[in-house]
Design a protein around this ligand. Structure first.
Ligand SMILES: Cc1cc2nc3c(=O)[nH]c(=O)nc-3n(C[C@H](O)[C@H](O)[C@H](O)COP(=O)(O)OP(=O)(O)OC[C@H]3O[C@@H](n4cnc5c(N)ncnc54)[C@H](O)[C@@H]3O)c2cc1C
Length: 379
């Protein structure tokens, strides 16, 4: 067994870290305060090849492995949670469905510009009445001649206000239940496709999240991603991969909170000494360091299994569950170590605490991850 990163993985991590320190971290407070989506930064990330990192070079990507991609998400998330979520969504949810299930023509038309970072994509699964139970999709697509006519709505969709393409799930055969759901590619400038004003959120305010309305949206018959009625299984597989990236993002946010808390603990003096000398504070920091290390290992193991072409659904769910919960805990403890200052906006741990909560909700809540793991262990 070898726990060392390869030269390529180290190079990618360092490149993303340098960019994140220089270009993303300085904007973290601004995007949180204003809710502005940092589109220009994403275009720069696109030029540097970040948006197609794990996509093969044949389709405009960098051909990196999943471990390198997880390292990149961690570094972006360490600099800013909002950038991190939008980055993870752009790759795992924007590019990956095309890479995994698209026809050659769909890959050329959509995956290449997505991976080259010229456009952003979005992934529309969740609906007002179909969240954890995505099989309850109510959006419909009816074939009329050579066109699908799509009607319905999607909620909480990351990056969609800035996306040029969105893959949405729709019922194409009601009698087949979840086996009658199809993934349909919808260019966002199609008449009848519109998005709401972005949601006002607790955290991750610089990550764009909006609702989609699909009102008699007509797209060509060929816009089915892969095969008709395969949408549900495609999206479930996409989410397995997405969980690795949310795990990595959780590690990144937790790492940032830990670093801020460690530094503060060394600087802050009470009772005539720095608070890092108190065992109560040391134990909090020790737990944070241990949890982050374990979560990172779990994320890398799931990524490694994926790269080997081996089953990774259980490990991805475990990594996402563990990393998201230790992320929330680490941010909570980082605020605690900052005392009253941690509750104030002038210290970044306040933002991280708010950003962290989404990790336990997006791409399957903690409850759903436990259900997935329970199924894998034969319950
Ligand atoms: C910022 C943000 C970005 C997002 N981005 C996207 C995106 O890009 N694309 C997309 O499609 N979706 C996206 N989502 C949606 C996200 O995946 C869902 O919010 C999530 O899956 C939970 O669904 P829900 O909100 O409907 O909650 P619900 O499913 O209504 O769950 C409510 C509560 O009930 C629990 N629960 C539900 N079922 C069970 C069960 N069987 N057993 C035990 N407990 C259960 C849940 O764990 C949760 O605690 C995003 C959400 C947010 C907040």
């Amino acid at each position: 067994m070898n726990f060392d990163l390869t030269q390529d993985q180290i190079m990618i991590r360092n490149t993303v870290r340098d960019f994140a320190e220089a270009e993303i971290k300085p904007k973290a407070e601004h995007v949180d305060k204003t809710g502005e989506f940092p589109y220009d930064t994403f275009m720069k990330m696109g030029e540097l090849g970040f948006l197609g990192l794990p996509i093969s070079e044949e389709y405009g990507g960098a051909g990196a492995d999943t471990i390198a991609y997880a390292l990149a998400v961690e570094e972006v998330g360490r600099a800013c949670g909002s950038h991190g979520l939008s980055y993870a969504a752009a790759v795992s949810l924007g590019c990956n469905p095309f890479a995994a299930f698209g026809t050659e023509e769909q890959k050329q038309k959509w995956l290449v510009p997505l991976a080259e970072g010229k456009i952003l994509g979005a992934f529309g699964l969740t609906e007002p009445n179909a969240g954890s139970d995505a099989s309850g999709t109510q959006t419909t697509a009816v074939l009329e001649g050579d066109e699908w006519v799509v009607n319905g709505s999607k909620c909480f969709i990351t990056n969609v206000s800035f996306a040029k393409v969105c893959v949405v799930t729709a019922l194409t055969d009601r009698s087949r239940g979840s086996k009658g759901i199809t993934a349909i590619i919808v260019p966002t400038d199609t008449p009848g496709f519109s998005t709401s004003t972005p949601y006002e959120k607790l955290g991750l305010k610089g990550s764009n999240t909006a609702e989609i309305i699909l009102d008699n949206v007509r797209v060509p018959k060929e816009n089915v991603l892969g095969t008709v009625n395969d949408g549900f299984i495609q999206f479930m597989k996409t989410l397995d991969g997405g969980r690795i990236s949310i795990g990595a993002l959780s590690v990144g946010i937790a790492q940032a909170a830990y670093e801020a808390a460690l530094q503060y603990a060394k600087e802050r003096k009470q009772f005539g000494q720095s608070i890092s000398k108190f065992q109560a504070i040391q134990f909090k920091l020790a737990d944070m360091a241990m949890h982050i290390e374990l979560a990172r290992n779990a994320v890398h193991k799931a990524a490694w299994l994926k790269d080997q072409g081996r089953p990774f659904g259980k490990e991805a769910a475990m990594a996402k569950l563990f990393a998201s919960e230790i992320c929330m805990k680490a941010c909570d403890q980082a605020v605690q170590i900052h005392g009253g200052y941690g509750y104030m906006k002038e210290y970044p741990v306040e933002r991280m605490f708010r950003d962290a909560k989404l990790m336990e909700i997006g791409e399957g809540t903690s409850e759903i991850q436990r259900i997935v793991i329970a199924r894998h262990i034969g319950c």
